[in-house]
Design a protein around this ligand. Sequence first.
Ligand SMILES: NC(=O)c1ccc[n+]([C@@H]2O[C@H](COP(=O)([O-])OP(=O)(O)OC[C@H]3O[C@@H](n4cnc5c(N)ncnc54)[C@H](OP(=O)(O)O)[C@@H]3O)[C@@H](O)[C@H]2O)c1
Length: 255
Amino acid sequence: MSGWLDRQFGLTGRTALVTGARTGIGRDAALALAEAGADLVLWGREETGLAEVAAQARARGVRVETMGVDMSDLDAVRQAARQVATTTVDILVNNAGTIRRAPVVDTTTEQWRQVMTVNLDAVFELTRTLATPMIARGLGTVVNIASLLSFQGGLNVSAYTASKHAIAGLTRAMANEWAARGINVNAVAPGYIETSNTEALRADPVRSSQILARIPAGRWGRPDDVAGGVVFLCSPAARYIHGHVLVIDGGWMSW
Ligand SMILES: NC(=O)c1ccc[n+]([C@@H]2O[C@H](COP(=O)([O-])OP(=O)(O)OC[C@H]3O[C@@H](n4cnc5c(N)ncnc54)[C@H](OP(=O)(O)O)[C@@H]3O)[C@@H](O)[C@H]2O)c1
């Protein structure tokens, strides 16, 4: 990289915590952050599942730690967050997320609570714990993973939609509080990406072709289509961007 590119987009010397790093968007975002030079703290539901992505990141020459944290258990999230907050984490990518597909009347309270806990409550708990030392240092970056369902209602995914609308609001609320303290809070809103999150949609020939027909780019997204946006929002080049939700959707929202 040239000196200018490196100063704008390089992350050497920074440490990034990525949740849900074992698969999909989190995995590709973590590896892209490593390519940009960031050391990593990778979270997954079980630590053993992170070995492969951790090895791939280390092969890029960065330091990597792994932690198993079940984000549906808020006590576990708080405890792990307090542990990580004693080290220096400059970048937090709140990526872990879950989805339950059922009509509103068939969605159980337990399903509702599980989605809201992982997708929203855990993000609140982890972010506020890590933000405290970031504010003290006057430097930090948070990137939340929102969704097109931060803007639209979706079909048969009420808890997911509610949680992702809330993530967009929380992104703006935190950005307003912390912008003057040297903390950037933004979000990425991926469109329809080929990961296990969309497996059921892609397996349904009707829904799958309806969705594809509405994507101007003419294809589903891939995790690495999203990773560059995450790296950009984590980079020094994004230092004056606060409370933005960056849509990466092959043009879906412009349709
Ligand atoms: N794919 C899309 O089209 C799309 C679109 C918009 C937004 N998103 C968002 O993108 C993010 C990543 O999803 P993805 O599409 O990459 O799907 P994915 O491959 O299923 O990844 C989801 C990740 O979340 C983690 N996770 C789920 N429940 C957890 C729990 N209880 N505790 C700890 N970790 C948990 C999983 O960790 P383990 O593997 O360790 O279980 C997994 O790595 C999510 O926030 C999702 O809502 C996806």
